[in-house]
Design a protein. Structure first.
Lengths: 99, 152
């Protein structure tokens, strides 16, 4: 348990980024508005967190114009999925140790 | 330090569970998707089990185009994309589903050829619908729950 703080991923650890990763882990891709509404995050906050995750290579944001309307699709990269899975696995281990 | 880490982990687990619950509320695949996909698969099984190469080819094309249209419709209405069956790289979770559909089509074909009546093919096609709904809903459940951290 004591080395948890040394092991966790700083990029994913922040609560909003963790929630975004957890949501995106359940889908192949999700629309920006769907993530925003599902997690009750503001546009600006989601944009900011997505940018941080994208800079870390964990998320890809792709703008697609469909029916004259631009939509931003968010997707966890393979690296992002692996980092999130590792983070969740560490949390599970810690909680098991505490149980 | 140890209890701080444990508390931190518990808070993180809550955040993960809340996000997965949100996904379950807003990103669950609707029943109409699985039913329509089941109907498409049923049509494919019926076409293949008929033994007629033209009917088989036409229904497979209808199945693939219908699947693509269905996925596009769902991604527009729900704002998520979940299946790569018709959209790109295959996912291993679809293998038992495809294997089951192939078994239904082959059984339908053999029984139809042996008995000389079309009913086995029709029964196999009808069975493909609940089979797809069952596999689909289980796939959805696993998709949503596998990331959840059970509260201690």
């Amino acid at each position: 348990v004591t080395n948890f703080l040394d092991q966790f991923d700083e990029t994913i650890h922040a609560p909003r980024r963790l929630a975004i990763c957890a949501f995106l882990a359940t889908v192949d891709e999700a629309d920006f508005a769907t993530v925003r509404d599902s997690l009750s995050i503001s546009d600006s906050s989601l944009s900011k967190q997505v940018r941080i995750l994208a800079d870390a290579g964990y998320i890809v944001a792709q703008k697609v114009v469909s029916g004259g309307r631009a939509r931003s699709w968010l997707r966890l990269t393979a690296g992002g999925r692996a980092a999130f899975a590792a983070h969740v696995e560490r949390l599970r281990r810690i909680l098991e140790l505490q149980a | 330090m140890e209890s701080q880490s444990a508390n931190d982990a518990a808070e993180q687990a809550k955040a993960v569970n809340a996000a997965v619950s949100a996904a379950a509320r807003t990103a669950s695949t609707p029943a109409w998707y699985w039913l329509t996909l089941g109907a498409l698969m049923g049509a494919g099984v019926l076409g293949i089990s008929s033994g007629n190469s033209i009917a088989g080819s036409v229904t497979v094309i209808v199945m693939l185009l219908g699947g693509r249209f269905l996925n596009a419709t769902m991604s527009r209405s729900l704002g998520i994309r979940i299946t790569r069956v018709f959209g790109g790289s295959a996912n291993w979770t679809v293998l038992p589903w495809f294997a089951g559909l192939v078994v239904l089509a082959v059984l339908g074909r053999i029984l139809r050829a042996n008995t000389g009546v079309p009913w086995p093919g029709i029964v196999a096609a009808v069975c493909a619908v609940p089979f797809t709904v069952l596999i689909g809903t289980q796939y959805d459940r696993i998709r949503l729950r596998s990331h959840e951290i059970q509260p201690q």
